[in-house]
Design a protein. Structure first.
Length: 171
């Protein structure tokens, strides 16, 4: 991983056992990597909720602001997979405050659900097309797409067309 302490390498790689041993043997949690990101920022960015809880249990602050102006929870918000939403939830469970959803820029539906669960102001309501219940899905998502493979049209002007290739809107 280069120019990182063994502790930071363990954090970024998600090596819980190695992290526990390093912490037990007095490894510093205050040394950041070459750009100044601390282990808590690394755990957040990588989406490692168990790692952040281990760090917190050893006295590492949850809410330190990096020189770029961002907090660890914000780095977790940027993640697009479930482990990042789990990390956001861990921060909130441990008491990190988010005053408004705009402080957690994300389009991750799992993270948005976490923000709703924690009643963070400004969190958008769930979209109907995100619903897992097929009875609540909009008709346009429920329709079959069988036989509508893309066909190249000689004069494609970007207007929507129906299955017969006829334009469906007027200018």
């Amino acid at each position: 991983m280069g120019k990182q302490t063994p502790l930071m390498s363990a954090v970024l790689a998600g090596k819980e056992k190695a992290l526990v041993e390093l912490l037990k043997n007095g490894a510093s949690t205050t040394i950041g990597e070459k750009d100044g990101y601390t282990p808590m920022h690394g755990a957040a960015f990588q989406g490692r909720p168990k790692i952040l809880k281990l760090l917190y249990a050893h006295g590492v602050p949850l809410d330190e602001v990096h020189a770029d102006g961002f907090r660890p929870i914000q780095r977790a918000c940027w993640g697009r997979v479930k482990k990042h939403s789990e990390t956001v939830a861990a921060f909130l469970e441990l008491g990190v405050r988010l005053d408004h959803a705009k402080d957690c820029r994300t389009d991750n539906k799992d993270t948005l659900r976490v923000l709703r669960d924690f009643q963070i102001p400004g969190t958008p309501p769930p979209d109907d097309h995100q619903s897992q219940d097929p009875r609540r899905r909009p008709a346009f998502l429920a329709e079959s797409t069988e036989g509508t493979e893309d066909k190249k049209r000689p004069h494609d002007d970007g207007l929507p067309v129906n299955a017969a290739g006829q334009k469906t809107c007027d200018l």
